[in-house]
Every structure is written in structure tokens, then in C-alpha cells.
Design a protein around this ligand. Structure first.
Ligand SMILES: [Zn+2]
Length: 320
């Protein structure tokens, strides 16, 4: 499923294509459930003649702010993609919706699996008020993150996937962030030490920023689940450390990456770099706890070089 970096890339592409300010000349709906609960006729009538005032991303939603004051929310779900169609061509097999703008361009919504949804709401901000903070905003401080962890006492994997806790993360970037921070996906959020929280906070931002820089992660060998507006795949799949790399060596320690189900979600991790500590209620022993700062700016590479276990005392001058 497209996550924050993929949706952000689509929004940037649409902005760059000059969608903002354009008005809608024609709206065609080819799959009624894409616009449910509205009937296609009512959906079309509600959009007809409106212009796109601005485009924005919130969590995994694309928001079209409309000239009439309402907002159009688009969720790509599993396979939703945008692409341009030539004038006067019939819709392709998996095109569910086409918007024709006043300059004649036709923007298609292709959605193989049909899970994508378009929804008109009076106000996007109100409609999405239940979502957690945006992890790439400056306002997502360490203190805010600490507060979210304290409020949602759960295992890390399901907690980070919960959009009410933090917005925009999905399976790919959660697995990558947990590996980067050396945290087991089943650790309980309330068991994290201050340095571990700091490491996870930095890791989440780092993997998401990297994803955006690489124009997202496209999965699948044939037709990918996600493309940019130009039809090209993202580049982030080439540099993933653990996600869908089961049995391949961990980039840090060469231990084969393991896969397990956590909360019914496929989860990838390194059993050596991300040990599940016993007695999670107790304060865990943190490698290199005294070395400060644990996580200087930007340092996925640096985290990778941190020792995996605290230095053991030497016995009789010999190496353990
Ligand atoms: Zn490892």
C-alpha cells in the first residue's frame, strides 16, 4: 500500500503538473464503489464546474481543496495510481475514474484492485481530525512522540501502523524504522528507554525522508503497486534493509532477515540487531548508553555501526 512517501510524491507530481487552479470540465466514473457512498451521478454533479484551489497531503490521503469550499479526499489504498490519458481515447481496463480539466488534459485514476476511494467532505481537516501527527513536520518533536508512545501502550509494530498514533506510516517504513532503531517489532512501547525513543523518532523521520527523496517504494516485479504520475517506479525499493528481504543477510551483521506475523501483518526484522528483551516492563539495557549523542543528525549509517551488545568486561586480560 502506498504510504506517506508515495502519496507525497503523487501530490508533488500533481502540483508540478499544474493541477492547482484548473477547473473540472468533465468527470467520468467507471466503478461506482470508488466514489461510494455517493452514487456516481451525485458525485459528478458535486464536482462539476469546480476548480482545484490547492492540493495537499495528510497522512495517506490526497486532498483536493475545491473552489466551492468542500474537499475531495483520495485514498490510493492498495493499487490506486494516477496517469494521463490521451484525448478521445476510451478508458483502459483498470481506469476507475477520469477527470478532464479545462485545458483538455485527462487525469485517470487506475486501480487494479478497486480498493481506492474518492470522498467529498465539507472539510478535510475536520474529517481527518482523528489522525495522529505528521511525522515529517517540525512540530513532530521528540516530546510529541514520547507523548504518543505513552498514550498508546502497545507493541511497536501495530502501534506505529495505527494512523491515530502517527499518520502516514505503513508496513514498509515501520519495518525499516524499527530495524534502523534496533528495536524488535514486538517490544512494548512503554518499555522503551529515553535513548531508544530518541532513536526511533529519528529513524521514523529518516526512513520517510529517504522514501520521499527516492520518490517512494514500488513493489512487485511486473506491474508495480505504485508509480509516480510520469508512470515511472519509485527508487526506494532498491535500498530497503529488511522489508521483503527474508533470509537475505542483514546489512549490518549478515544474520539472515526473519519474517513473522505481528498483529496479522507480515513483519521483517534482524533477530540479532533487534533482540526482543525479556521482562519488557523493566528498564532495558541499552547498548552504548553512555555515549552521547546516541543519534546525531542523519545517521542511519552510524546506527548501523553501534555495537549490538554492551562491551563485556575482560576476564584476565583476554578477549571474551
Ligand atoms: Zn543485523
Amino acid at each position: 500500500m502506498p504510504e506517506l512517501p508515495e502519496v507525497e510524491t503523487v501530490v508533488r507530481d500533481l502540483r508540478q503538473a499544474g493541477i492547482e487552479g484548473r477547473s473540472l470540465r468533465k468527470i467520468e466514473v467507471f466503478w461506482h464503489r470508488t466514489v461510494a457512498p455517493l452514487a456516481p451521478t451525485r458525485f459528478i454533479a458535486a464536482l462539476q464546474g469546480q476548480s482545484i484551489r490547492a492540493l495537499e497531503r495528510r497522512a495517506k490521503y490526497i486532498i483536493f481543496h475545491l473552489s466551492g469550499g468542500s474537499d475531495l479526499l483520495v485514498h490510493l489504498r492498495m493499487t490506486g495510481q494516477f496517469h494521463w490519458a490521451l484525448p478521445d481515447t476510451p478508458p483502459a481496463t483498470h481506469d476507475r475514474l477520469i477527470l478532464t480539466f479545462d485545458d483538455g488534459r485527462r487525469l485517470c485514476f487506475r486501480d487494479t484492485r478497486k480498493f481506492g476511494r474518492w470522498l467529498i467532505v465539507p472539510n478535510a481537516q475536520t474529517h481527518l481530525a482523528h489522525l495522529g501527527p505528521e511525522p515529517l513536520l517540525h512540530s513532530f518533536s521528540l516530546a510529541v512522540f514520547q507523548d504518543r508512545l505513552a498514550r498508546f501502550k502497545r507493541r511497536l509494530k501495530p502501534l506505529l501502523l495505527d494512523q491515530r498514533c502517527i499518520a502516514g506510516l505503513g508496513n514498509i517504513y515501520v519495518d525499516e524504522a524499527l530495524w534502523t532503531a534496533h528495536l524488535h517489532p514486538e517490544r512494548l512501547s512503554q518499555s522503551l528507554s529515553a535513548p531508544e525513543i530518541q532513536a526511533l523518532h529519528a529513524a521514523i523521520r529518516s526512513v520517510l525522508r529517504q522514501g520521499v527523496r527516492n520518490r517512494g517504494t514500488s513493489l512487485g516485479d511486473g506491474k508495480p503497486n505504485y508509480n509516480g504520475l510520469d508512470g515511472r517506479r519509485g527508487k526506494n525499493q532498491g535500498i530497503l534493509n529488511v522489508f521483503r528481504r527474508t533470509q537475505e543477510p542483514c546489512p549490518t551483521c549478515d544474520t539472515p532477515i526473519q519474517r513473522m506475523l505481528v498483529g496479522q501483518r507480515s513483519t521483517h526484522y534482524c533477530p540479532r540487531c533487534q533482540p526482543l528483551l525479556r521482562n519488557p516492563g523493566k528498564k532495558p539495557v541499552i547498548p552504548n548508553q553512555r555515549s552521547k549523542p546516541l543519534l546525531p543528525k542523519g545517521s542511519r549509517a552510524l546506527i548501523g555501526r553501534l555495537p549490538l551488545t554492551p562491551a563485556l568486561p575482560r576476564a584476565g586480560g583476554r578477549e571474551e
